[in-house]
Design a protein. Structure first.
Ligand code: SF4
Length: 333
């Protein structure tokens, strides 16, 4: 992973680490280059009147604070954006998302690195909600790597069936538990090089564990992260490892973990894959892809998800400052 900006950009102040997200979360104001920003090249320029309406109509959601402050700014003329301007814009996106999602956190329930590692492996091809509804039963039966390594695969398959692909996932989590038992004394290692030796553990899973259970900064390039940084024109890459490297050049290392949470929160709640809720988005003024989704404020508001739309979140046990409702257990959903 590239770490080149870490030495040259010094964050001004620290942000309190979030439960389950132990990497430092630090605003980037002081890290910004000093040259004046150039206007972002927009795919579609919204009319100022539309933007003002966006802010006014979004008053019931946590996005309102940023939206009302930023929504009325008119788009400026299209002009190729310099690298410096792009970096300034990217860091501003991060700062504004930090205000909107001050409560951003990993959306998997876990109590220790082992639970986070297993939950992250189970989250492939399903929602964090489904994993969170499934893991309490699994961890009650097999609380440690030694327990899971020695488990009857058929019993594990039954317990994790709701997450889908349960046979392959059973093989993975029993296999990686055996590797933890045999090679790491039953403990989850806190180094990338060790984590990726575990069966079924790639860089994405490793960074989730490192960032949230060990406080080691990491960028999590999942489907939401990829989509959003490409929409924002922070990268044109489509390979996760290359995206990770380019994004690492833009942001200070201290921001990597919380940046990942904020971007993923935004992707899950507002900037959806198929129909982004542009009309209810608090960062329209920074987004070249404004207009790719629904721009009518009232219609966009109906697209909001989780706490932004007044619905439960994904965690059964969210952090205390989560403004939404906890997810229901499996038998209640
Ligand atoms: S919702 Fe629309 S305006 Fe907001 S970040 Fe996504 S594409 Fe850009």
């Amino acid at each position: 992973m590239a770490e080149s900006n870490d030495r040259t950009v010094k964050p001004k102040k620290s942000t309190k680490a979030r439960p389950g997200a132990t990497a430092a979360a630090t605003p980037t104001e002081a890290a910004e280059p000093a040259a004046p920003a150039k206007p972002v090249t927009r795919a579609k320029a919204p009319k100022p009147a539309t933007r003002a309406k966006t802010a006014a109509s979004d008053s019931a959601t946590p996005a309102t604070v940023a939206a009302s402050a930023n929504a009325a700014k008119p788009a400026k003329s299209a002009k190729p954006e310099s690298r410096l301007a792009m970096v300034r814009r990217a860091r501003r996106i991060n700062r504004e998302l930090a205000e909107v999602y001050s409560y951003a956190h990993p959306e998997l329930d876990f109590r220790n690195p082992f639970e986070l590692l297993i939950a992250t492996v189970l989250s492939a091809q399903t929602t964090d909600l489904r994993v969170n509804q499934t893991t309490p039963g699994l961890f009650a039966a097999y609380p440690t790597a030694e327990d899971l390594a020695a488990a009857d695969p058929e019993k594990v398959e039954e317990l994790i069936r709701p997450t889908g692909f349960f046979r392959a996932k059973t093989k993975s989590i029993i296999g990686l538990s055996a590797a933890l038992r045999d090679n790491f004394g039953g403990q989850v290692p806190g180094r990338l090089d060790d984590l990726v030796t575990l069966p079924g553990v790639g860089r994405k899973t490793a960074f989730v564990v490192l960032g949230n259970a060990f406080g080691v900064p990491g960028i999590t390039v999942d489907t939401h992260f990829m989509r959003l940084v490409r929409r924002w024109k922070l990268t044109e890459q489509d390979d996760p490892v290359k995206i990770e490297a380019e994004i690492a050049e833009i942001f200070p290392k201290s921001e990597w973990t919380m940046l990942s949470h904020r971007v993923i929160f935004h992707g899950r709640r507002i900037c959806h894959a198929r129909k982004p809720a542009c009309g209810a988005c608090p960062i329209t003024h920074l987004c070249p892809a404004y207009g790719e989704g629904e721009t009518d404020p009232e219609k966009a508001k109906k697209l909001l998800k989780y706490e932004m739309g007044g619905f439960p979140g994904q965690r059964l046990n969210p952090p205390a400052d989560y403004p939404g409702r906890p997810a229901p257990p499996l038998d209640a959903s």
